[in-house]
Design a protein around this ligand. Sequence first.
Ligand SMILES: [Zn+2]
Length: 258
Amino acid sequence: MASSEELISCRNCNAQIPQQKFLDAYKVCPKCNHHHYINAYERLNLLVDESSFESYDDGLFSIDPLGFPEYGPSLQRSIAKTGLRSEILAGIAKVGGYSTAIAIGDLGIKGGSFGSVIGEKMTRCIERATDKKLPLITVSVSGGMRMQEGTLSLMQMAKTAAACVKHSQAGLFYISVMTDPTYGGTTASFASLAHVILVEPGARVGFAGPRATASLREKLPDNYQKAEFLLDHGLVDRIVPRNEMRSLLIDLLDFCSP
Ligand SMILES: [Zn+2]
């Protein structure tokens, strides 16, 4: 049977989607509009001009600074499985012809948890944008903080936030794209400090994740921490379907370019 006739099962509605149709729709279900996860390289191909990405800081990779039980081997398994050397892609690319500093998250290594490497690569990316007077785009996806790094993880929130402030004070433009899921310190630092915050339909975005909020006595709305709930409460600026994200980024860069 030809590969184009292979079927992908939607994780949300179980619709059987021909593989090529699924890929052509950037992994969005044509029946229920569920936006399935795409990795950092797929996201990069979707958003930036072809062959324009220059990667930086590829030599930064996570270690096990505290000797946390079982962490080191599981980190190595994650790295081997994904082929990613570190947790995010960061560099400079063109988007609609505009030179832009860009950082893109990935869930492959330890669920995209926010530790020293993400913090350092993100900070360097923001500072590079400031030095070169470039706009900044970040695409977030993260399960939370890298608790196996302890305080070394938590301090990355303040570090990236401080870099965002300097970028903004230099009069430079920042767009944050949040995708499913974005939790923990990512939401509580750089990803929420942009001038424009965009989110994919149905994306779950919050500080404390569902396991933490499940212990609350208060009954939370069914769509709590979903993109549509966040828009209603003013936490994000627009919900943007995946196939419209690149053109909107270009419009925003065009509108805000000097
Ligand atoms: Zn579906």
